[in-house]
Design a binder for this molecule. Structure first.
Ligand SMILES: [Mn+2]
Length: 398
């Protein structure tokens, strides 16, 4: 049997922005390519919609798109209502669709229309292929729910399990509750995971393969995602052959990660401009999306607020830019820590003001040009005229 495995369409992503049709365009292109591969079955590993409650425009586009999918249902797959599906498609729901058992999810809506069949702690047998599915659940319950579900592969048949969870092996933060690959059941030929937006295939120690198709549209949460192409997998259960198929004509994505150490504002803006110009000078068939992440600290006397990223954005109208500005986060955190420390010490108001005053002053280029101690005393006593003289260097008793 030939199966297309796809996930995380995130239909409606960036709705209301210039990029609102990307999720639809890239999924539509993916279905075009799937059609040309003459598959028997399509598996979807969750997060078909970006929001739990999309607006009707998003539903309209989604239903229109799926109505146009022209893939023959040779296996006569039916939905929960017994209706023969327009597309031979099995799906689980993702964390973006999870509403608890008291409510209908977006995926169930697609099921009742007749586009797919939902699997949640259930399985379907098609020929000698068994597909087990468990929708995305909060990570803290995942181990428990997976144990309760206890999917049992059928001996001598091809067994697939589909889930939508976080896995310790692929995330930088560790949580005891999070699933690890070793928690997955043994004896499945293939375990598919949605949720994480980049593609990967690995061999499991307990046997079988673990794979993630990744998303069909870039949500740009992780650099890893920008570095890997968007697409889907084709599986041949007879040969156990698994091939990644890249979606054609996707929007180009770039991820610029910059780290600075005690620099001035100009050094940062020059570097950003240089990197953006490199991207801007090439030709693309779609306007590229560029995410710039800036980290590090400034030279004394410079402030993060003076970094005018809006201005840079206006200089590159041919790029969709987004910035993450974490310049001077350390200095800010230190200042906050200092304040907290002072508060716990129950320092008096004058003491706190003095500390803040000298901390702030240290960060400017004026710190050594006058007697700051004297200036503080004058300001504290509201002797503004004298204070002004000191700053303007009319009274230099230093
Ligand atoms: Mn997702």
């Amino acid at each position: 049997m030939k199966i297309a495995i796809i996930s995380d369409w995130h239909l409606g992503l960036n709705w209301g922005s210039d990029l609102e049709f990307d999720s639809f365009a890239q999924l539509s292109q993916a279905f075009e390519q799937i059609k040309s591969k003459d598959v028997d079955l399509i598996l979807v590993a969750g997060d078909l919609f970006d929001k739990k409650d999309p607006n009707h425009e998003v539903y309209y586009e989604a239903i229109k798109l799926l109505n146009n999918v022209d893939t023959e249902n040779k296996i006569n797959l039916k939905n929960a209502e017994g209706m023969i599906l327009k597309i031979p498609m099995l799906s689980i729901f993702g964390n973006h669709e999870f509403k608890g058992k008291d409510y209908k999810s977006t995926v169930e809506l697609l099921e009742v229309i007749g586009f797919l069949k939902v699997l949640h702690a259930t399985s379907v047998k098609i020929g000698d292929v068994n597909v087990f599915g468990l929708g995305g659940v909060p990570d803290r319950y995942a181990k428990d729910i997976l144990n309760k579900f206890n999917p049992l592969p059928v001996p001598n048949e091809y067994n697939i399990l589909m889930v939508h969870q976080s896995f310790k092996e692929y995330l930088p933060f560790d949580s005891e509750d999070m699933l690890s690959l070793s928690n997955l059941p043994a004896n499945f030929n293939l375990i598919i995971n949605g949720h994480l937006h980049w593609n990967i295939v690995v061999d499991l120690e307990q046997g079988g393969k673990f794979m993630m198709p990744g998303s069909t549209v870039s949500t740009q949460n992780k650099k890893l995602e920008a570095d890997k192409p968007k697409g889907f997998y084709l599986l041949d259960t007879n040969t156990n052959n698994l091939v990644f198929e890249e979606i054609k004509n996707t929007r180009p994505i770039f991820y610029i990660d910059l780290k600075f150490n005690k620099v001035d504002i100009q050094t940062i803006t020059l570097e950003i401009r240089k990197r953006l110009t490199e991207i801007n000078n090439k030709k693309y068939n779609k306007k590229p999306m560029v995410r710039v992440r800036i980290k590090g600290d400034l030279e004394e006397g410079y402030f993060s607020k003076d970094l005018d990223l809006k201005k840079i954005e206006l200089e590159f109208p041919e790029l969709y830019l987004s910035f993450s500005n974490k310049i001077d986060e350390k200095r800010l955190k230190e200042s906050l820590e200092k304040l907290k420390e002072l508060q716990t010490k129950k320092a008096n108001v004058e003491g706190i003001s003095r500390e803040i005053f000298f901390e702030q002053l240290k960060q400017t280029q004026f710190s050594n040009s006058f007697d700051s101690q004297r200036l503080f005393e004058l300001l504290y006593n509201k002797d503004l005229e004298k204070a002004k003289d000191i700053i303007l260097d009319k009274d230099s008793k230093i």
